[in-house]
Unconditional design. Structure first.
Ligand code: RP5
Length: 166
């Protein structure tokens, strides 16, 4: 089995998804978790999707974050082709503000799970945190970095609201 790939794959249906999915990448970088980002479309590059998903475990990936918008088949189709955990990020679409993406990803029939996150940036950030939490089950140093990330987040929240009027 290859160990050349980083633990996390971030895949997305289009270049236009990167603006959202970069938030997952940035979050993984903040936690010092290696990842690889690829454009893989269930519709436009179906053979690339099959090849990636079927080989992902053997490549050495441990968790897949899949973002897509509109009729967002990528997370579900990928999950159907790999035993690895797949976290789906509904990208905010223009036509339906991501409601279409969310419902396409979240309503998987029983048998093939996709852990579905929130629409847009929050979902991308949380997918990365969830991926890191999975990896941290067997990585104490990463678990400590995650704890520290939460401590810093808590410390950044003010006790009282500021009046923003001058
Ligand atoms: C989906 O179609 C992609 O995930 C993207 O969110 C959406 C629109 O893609 P583009 O037309 O911007 O390439 O497959």
């Amino acid at each position: 089995m290859s160990v050349t790939s980083p633990p996390v794959a971030i895949i997305m249906g289009s270049q236009s998804d990167w603006e959202t999915m970069k938030n997952a990448a940035d979050t993984l970088e903040a936690l010092d978790v290696d990842y690889e980002a690829r454009i893989i479309s269930a519709h436009r590059t179906p053979e690339r999707m099959v090849e990636f998903a079927k080989g992902a475990r053997e490549e050495g990936f441990k968790v897949i974050i899949a973002g897509a918008g509109g009729a967002a088949h990528l997370p579900g189709m990928t999950a159907a082709l790999t035993p690895l955990p797949v976290f789906g990020v509904p990208v905010q679409s223009k036509a339906l503000s991501g409601q279409d993406s969310l419902l396409s990803i979240v309503q998987m029939p029983a048998g093939i799970p996709v852990g579905t996150l929130a629409i847009g940036k929050a979902g991308a950030v949380n997918a990365a945190l969830l991926a890191a939490a999975v990896l941290a089950l067997y990585d104490d140093a990463l678990a400590e970095r995650l704890d520290e990330w939460r401590r810093r987040q808590s410390a950044s929240v003010a006790d009282y609201p500021l009046d923003d009027t001058p």
